[in-house]
Design a protein around this ligand. Structure first.
Ligand SMILES: [Zn+2]
Length: 189
């Protein structure tokens, strides 16, 4: 495993996570735990972040370009379609080694109305299929640097939306665990 990792990156300089610069809270957007950061060649930051409470699964976002990875499409890895830290760090490192985009900041935190509008647009924009589709907060991992809201906030919004738009979204107690299951309901046609 380690040998594979090193041989893959042998032509690129090895990047290591940097210490936090003193630029304030914008580096800790709400709802996102930033675990590691790498600098690209122009000093844009490549973030490895986690949104689940266990901090077990990770996403990668480059603050210079549009590079964003929330799912693992490498079938050789064993963790289905989610990225554990070592895999996420490897991808972030590889991206940082080649990206030349200039640094940008994390987007400004949207106000309450804007955040609600954004989140509802995402939920209601999910294509409906001919069967119900389970929804999890991980489905929104790619937007968390933009949304900047906690998991609790998102659950509350899903509950509110299910109450308003029961034709599209259901929120029901799970049969198997003490949690709520959210589903995008099948297309009515
Ligand atoms: Zn980039």
């Amino acid at each position: 495993m380690a040998l594979t990792l090193f041989s893959r990156t042998r032509t690129a300089p090895e990047h290591t996570p940097q210490s936090w610069p003193e630029i304030g809270e914008t580096w800790k957007p709400e709802g996102v735990t930033i675990v590691e950061r790498y600098y690209n060649l122009a000093h844009a930051v490549v973030l490895v972040y986690s949104t689940d409470s266990d901090g077990y699964y990770h996403s990668i976002a480059c603050l210079g370009c549009h590079y964003l990875v929330t799912r693992d499409n490498n079938r050789n890895r064993t963790y289905a379609d989610r990225l554990k830290l070592s895999d996420a760090a490897e991808l972030a490192n590889a991206h940082a080694s080649t990206c030349r985009a200039l640094p940008r900041k994390i987007p400004a935190r949207p106000d309450e109305d804007a955040a609600r509008h954004l989140f509802r647009e995402w939920v209601l924009g999910i294509p409906r299929r001919d069967e119900d589709r389970y929804l999890s907060l991980a489905d929104f991992d790619s937007g968390r640097l933009e949304l900047q809201r906690s998991n609790e906030w998102m659950y509350a919004e899903l509950d509110a939306l299910a109450a308003e738009r029961g034709d599209v979204l259901s929120a029901k107690p799970s049969e198997y665990s003490p949690s709520i299951e959210y589903k995008i309901l099948r297309s009515p046609s």
